[in-house]
Design a protein around this ligand. Structure first.
Ligand SMILES: Nc1ncnc2c1ncn2[C@@H]1O[C@H](COP(=O)(O)OP(=O)(O)OP(=O)(O)O)[C@@H](O)[C@H]1O
Ligand SMILES: [Mg+2]
Length: 456
């Protein structure tokens, strides 16, 4: 392996020495500069794999150097060293393009992790945009894909905003998959779905016997995501008490399981999302300003489907391929009037709604061609999509619980189908007739419910 080279910039000789020794022990060749001018000279003459800079330097500010590196050496990961507790500077540096920060006094294990991450990042294959599984080539989506590629290499927290069903989780997964943490877990947690009393234990874990019912040690989500990414979905639904604890965990990069004597260090990248207007919730006092500030170091907005209608035909094609593939049937065609209607529709539920419309049309259509009448757009008509103003319409409130309603409906569907199949001794043609649905529709539902046992 070719040797790796690091550039450290600090005006204090002691710290320069500490960094030189630590990084040399990690088999890196190290150059050390005492000010920005010297650092710029080194950058001109050598190629580096990582750059680590102090903030206050005799001839300027570390952030200026971050900007310089961003501009002239965009693929060089640069991290900053901040005074203890000075998160503002750390956040400012990450906004300017620093991939991470380490605070003084320098904790050597954290420093080593940071350097490892930087080196792994440098060795990531240069991904092409086509490796991102986000479908669409509208200017908005192209811009989003570019941002994802860039942000995947940073460690900065990202707040992903966007309407319900627009693809926020897909964006979070893509950031994880394209980044240096992709061989560690991606853990998604729906903050609105955890009962309040269990939240602390879910996030941080607990020790056996720490409360009634804690019959054994339990790992929290932070530990489960160690080395990887923790995606806080529906982050707006976090109760205020939990927001304080989360803030602390993010700030200290450490968590304390309930009943544990001490904190444990964590190395987790935090991404979060909500379809609610977080700024508005902060203004109304329902979300802590300080937590928002730390989560929202970088904001990515996922555009609504109605604002990028040119992506609809491509999405229809890809979604139909996926739906047909899932139940091992031929991909259906789509009639031009139906396609036109789909392009005109406003999608308050965005891509998830398009998916649902297509799934339903797929089970309804005859002769493998989806017609306008199969779309049943009136049935799925929803109130106009709310502009994100913090006040959610009933449609959006309902969608918060969609997972449990979907589960419930799937359960009912499963029971009815199983009962009918038992009555017909698993004669599917007969069962479909009894249920008043087409054979194709029954096969589709069986596949969806995981009941597909054979090809007949
Ligand atoms: N650009 C896209 N290309 C292909 N599939 C997409 C795209 N965007 C979203 N999807 C699909 O649409 C569905 C909804 O996406 P996702 O769950 O990421 O949305 P969300 O914004 O997190 O929604 P919610 O606010 O309801 O949680 C998923 O099945 C996802 O795979
Ligand atoms: Mg989601």
């Amino acid at each position: 392996m070719p040797s790796m080279r690091a550039l450290v910039i600090d005006d204090e000789p002691d710290i320069r020495e500490l960094l030189e020794i630590t990084l040399s022990r990690m088999s890196l060749d190290v150059d050390a500069a005492a000010n920005i001018a010297e650092a710029k000279q080194y950058l001109e003459t050598c190629e580096y794999n990582i750059c680590l800079t102090d903030m206050k330097l005799p001839d300027g500010n570390g952030i200026d150097l971050v900007r310089h590196v961003q501009k002239h050496f965009p693929s060089l990961p640069i991290a900053v060293i901040t005074a203890h507790g000075n998160m503002d500077t750390a956040i400012e540096a990450m906004k300017a393009g620093a991939f991470d920060f380490v605070s003084k006094p320098i904790d050597l294990p954290s420093l080593r992790k940071l350097v490892d991450t930087a080196i792994t990042t440098g060795q990531l294959p240069n991904t092409s945009e086509s490796s991102i599984k986000i479908i669409g080539d509208s200017p908005q989506i192209e811009k989003l894909k570019k941002a994802i590629q860039k942000l995947a290499r940073s460690q900065a927290p990202i707040y992903i905003s966007g309407e319900s069903g627009s693809g926020k989780e897909l964006v979070a997964r893509s950031i994880h998959e394209l980044g240096p943490r992709n061989s560690s877990p991606f853990i998604a947690v729906n903050c609105g779905a955890i009962p309040k009393e269990l939240m602390e234990s879910e996030f941080f874990g607990h020790k056996k016997g720490s409360f009634t019912g804690a019959s054994q040690d339990k790992q929290g989500l932070f530990q489960a995501a160690e080395g990887g990414t923790l995606f806080l979905d529906e982050v707006a639904d976090l109760p205020l008490e939990m927001q304080v604890k989360l803030l602390r965990a993010i700030q200290e990069k450490a968590v304390r399981p309930i009943g544990a004597p001490s904190e444990i260090a964590t190395n987790v990248r935090i991404l979060c999302a909500t379809h609610k207007n977080l700024e508005q919730l902060v203004n109304d006092g329902n979300f802590r300003q300080d937590l928002f500030y730390r989560l929202n170091v970088i904001q990515l907005n996922v555009p609504a489907l109605r604002d990028r209608k040119e992506d609809i035909p491509q999405l229809i094609g890809a979604l139909l391929t996926r739906i047909a593939h899932n139940c091992e049937l031929e991909k259906p065609g789509i009639d031009s009037a139906a396609q036109k209607k789909l392009i005109e529709y406003s999608y308050p539920g965005n891509i998830r709604e398009l998916e649902n419309i297509l799934e339903r049309a797929f089970t309804l259509c005859d002769d493998d061609v989806i017609q306008e009448s199969d779309l049943q757009l009136n049935r799925s008509a929803s109130p106009p999509a709310p502009r994100d103003n913090g006040k959610q319409s009933s449609h959006f409130n309902a969608s918060i619980n969609h997972a449990s309603i979907d589960d419930y409906l799937a359960e009912v569907e499963r029971e009815i189908i199983c009962e009918t199949l038992e009555q017909t001794r698993w004669n599917k043609t007969l069962a479909a007739k009894k249920l008043g649905i087409s054979f194709r529709s029954l096969r589709y539902r069986l596949a969806k419910l995981g009941l597909d046992d054979s090809d007949d």
